[in-house]
Write a protein of this length. Sequence first.
Length: 364
Amino acid sequence: MKISRLKTKNYSIIIGKNSLSTLNSEIRNHCPKCRKVAVIIDKKIPKKFLINIKKKLKKYKIFVFFLSSSEKIKSLNQANLFVEKLLKLNFNRSDLIIGVGGGIIGDLVGFVSSVYKRGINFINLPSTLLSQVDSCVGGKTGVNSKYGKNLIGSFYNPKVVISETEFLKSLPKREIICGYAEILKHAIIHDKSFFKFLKKNTNNLLSLDNNILSKSINKSCKIKLNFTEKDFKESGLRMKLNFGHTFAHALEIQNKYSNNLNHGEAVLIGMFIAVKISKFQKFCSKNTYKEIYNLYTKNSLLNKLKKFLKKNDILRSIKFMKNDKKKDDEKISFIFLKSIGKTTMPGKYKYKVNQVENLVKRLF
């Protein structure tokens, strides 16, 4: 599949093999007065990509900063360190910050870009499947607090997103499955035909077949854009994208954002619990549940995650929901599945903590 350009209201997402070749022309188009470029990059990314990026930035004064990517670096302290460095280097708003890495790097660099002198040019080069199909779309930036994930942040769009699929070939399969979780979520909540496509092509997608991969990234971004462009600041419709995330974020906090459970894995678990509750509460049919269960089983999506599905662990995680963004008026808001491609409306179903606990006790 050729390089594709997906246009949003405010920026473009360029997807495909060798899409990184467009970087120079995109900077010229969007940042014509740029003189300095700060590249903030995940230190795990193979050196050949940084060398390639530097070649495309020859006419600019380049500053490279390496980060070890983990949820722990998504902090106000880390953001402040970068703001101080940029101030010391006398970066202007017309200059540019490029984030190269997964969603953690994108969230942090996007947040720094949004607050530095009230907004500096920002280009996102997502390097993981998860970031290419989820966090690079919709303009959310943020850092974590001891009280929860992404509770401090802003809405700030990049000038362009370049999703180079060659990045993905350097990733372990665990990271690919992590991104697949969000692709699957988009299909489950919005597009039955895409769900059928995934039933047929999941193995090829996880094996990084270029054609299936590019199609899946493109389709997934389009689905997310359907929500984010209609509800940029998450006041209603966009909250459907939180399907499975209430339990997912709670489990991540319980595991202290450690490598024991990454975000995509938590989402796979959270969606499974949400579908299980949806069937129990009779929001969806047994057949709908079975279709999703069979896809999970066929592709061994929960095989290595069963230890996180123990009743006591899930019950312990519920206490972390009280600070979640999805909580309203002391109740926790859930999105449930009605059928593949259709969910309940955001804010319609809210539960007290003890009600959530009772549901988990009955289901596990």
